[in-house]
Design a protein around this ligand. Structure first.
Ligand code: ZN
Ligand code: ZN
Length: 303
């Protein structure tokens, strides 16, 4: 199954002509999930030829403007496009009041249903299940209630080799038994082990999203061994005092979290607008964790 993270924006605070605030479009199989929706997300979706109409689930980390100011516009555009399918929006308590307030004061009547799932819990919690993935949410330490998300592919049943079906002329019931993990016994009594009849099962892939957060080792158990981690890196470490005060992380700290959580790959973003050149952020993070990339709008990371 395809599983890709499309970066729409990765800046913090204010947009500029090169960098948009935070938003990511996750494509898993036939489904699309949007994580955060900073200003300009719609422009980026159209620029990178991603279909907004495919989005049925939106995950919001927190109610700071650089993560939600694109949301009323996107929801309004769904309305103008004649959307009828329900939309699920998951985020901290307040997300519903924010959107309902905007629509009420701007005379918008939606012609589709929004299902809100407001989060207010400790620890990691199963939030929802889509066709191809499950989604968990966990709290992070920021200036306002904030949640990180982990998206994990569902375990798949064993896939049977087509040669095995023809060689042993397997019946539907025999195929079902093999898919469930059983061996096959031929009419001569020969036992064909399951491994010889099935394709090797690929481990379910997982992606974790941690923005915004201060350096927080409590996150490590929630994101342990994910294939891909997005962690905010607002500042270089010489401004660690500022990161601590504003409840953000540095590039070095993002690398430290990735190393301790044994993740496969790390991508960092949410840069302060003070940095024109982003390379030093990657270089600093790399000292802690080798497999790291700074993200830019238009980047695609495939799991
Ligand atoms: Zn932010
Ligand atoms: Zn924030």
């Amino acid at each position: 199954m395809s599983f890709a993270v499309h970066i729409l924006g990765a800046n913090s605070a204010v947009p500029n002509k090169e960098r948009f605030p935070t938003s990511q479009y996750i494509k898993v199989g036939k489904e699309s999930i949007l994580i955060d929706c900073g200003e300009g997300a719609q422009i980026q979706l159209s620029k990178y030829k991603l279909k907004p109409s495919k989005i049925n689930t939106i995950l919001i980390s927190h109610l700071h403007g650089d993560h939600v100011y694109g949301l009323p516009g996107l929801i309004g555009s769904f309305n103008l496009a004649g959307r009828r399918e329900p939309l699920t929006i998951i985020g901290p308590v307040g997300i519903q009041a924010f959107l309902v307030g905007v629509f009420k004061t701007t005379y918008v009547t939606l012609n589709y249903v929004i299902v809100f799932n407001e989060l207010d819990h400790e620890g990691i919690k199963h939030i929802t299940e889509l066709k191809e993935v499950t989604i968990q949410a966990f709290p992070m330490k920021h200036r306002v209630p904030t949640y990180g998300y982990k998206i994990t592919e569902k375990e798949r049943k064993q896939n049977i080799l087509s040669e095995a079906i023809t060689t042993y002329t397997l019946s539907i019931d025999q195929i079902k038994a093999i898919k469930a993990g059983g061996d096959f016994v031929t009419s001569e009594g020969e036992v064909i082990p399951n491994a010889a009849l099935t394709k090797e099962q690929v481990n379910p892939k997982s992606y974790a999203y941690c923005s915004d957060t201060v350096y927080d080792e409590d996150l490590i158990p929630f994101i342990q061994k994910v294939d891909l981690l997005y962690h905010e890196a607002t500042y270089l470490h010489d401004l660690q005092h500022m990161a601590e005060k504003r409840k953000h992380a540095t590039a070095k700290e993002a690398g430290m979290i990735a190393r301790q959580a044994n993740v496969g790959r790390l991508i960092i973003g949410h840069y302060s607008s003070r940095y024109d050149d982003l390379q030093p952020l990657e270089d600093e993070s790399k000292i802690e964790f080798e497999n790291v990339h700074i993200v830019r709008g238009g980047d695609v990371y495939t799991l």
